[in-house]
Design a protein around this ligand. Structure first.
Ligand SMILES: [Zn+2]
Length: 168
């Protein structure tokens, strides 16, 4: 069975797979996180390539047959180029799930006001209620992406984990 979807999305990441394919991570308004293949044909990939760059906001047509495939994409906007969005896009990619759209997060994307602490709060990891998972210290300033837990800076240094998000 094949399903087709048309939705808006924030492009989180694009990774080459094989010679002419790409795997694209999208946070969509209607489907939550979507990991999709950009169609194999080189011509199609090159036509879509410019649209499928982070941090573009796109209108995207997807077909799902076992996995998602991007059949068309059009850039409609982008997050402001002045910021370094990489840590924020990583955070959204790690914290969201396929098939679980979140209207509050999507509104933040549309409003282009994406801030790490707010994203964590919206997705159920509010720092206000967090303690360091290793020592119990209050208001820990680092969120470990691999563990989905907060730790304080002392414990972070001891764990040596490179994949973390620092809250200001
Ligand atoms: Zn600690």
């Amino acid at each position: 069975m094949t399903s087709e979807y048309y939705t808006q999305a924030l492009v989180l990441a694009k990774e080459p797979t094989g010679e002419s394919d790409s795997q694209v991570f999208l946070y969509t308004a209607d489907l939550g996180l979507v990991i999709a293949k950009a169609a194999g044909a080189r011509k199609i990939v090159s036509k879509l390539a410019g649209h499928l760059e982070p941090p573009n906001i796109i209108a995207v047509r997807l077909v799902q047959k076992n996995r998602f495939q991007i059949v068309d994409a059009l850039k409609i906007s982008a997050l402001p180029k002045s910021n370094n969005w990489a840590p924020i896009l990583d955070l959204v990619k790690e914290l969201t799930a396929e098939g679980q759209p979140d209207s509050e997060l999507w509104r933040m994307i549309e409003g282009k006001s994406l801030e790490g602490g707010e994203i964590l709060r919206v997705l159920g990891f509010d720092r206000a209620f967090a303690v360091c998972q290793d020592c119990g210290a209050k208001t820990p300033g680092n969120f470990l992406l691999k563990r989905l837990e907060y730790v304080c800076s002392v414990c972070l240094a001891q764990s040596g984990s490179p994949a973390h998000f620092v809250l200001k």
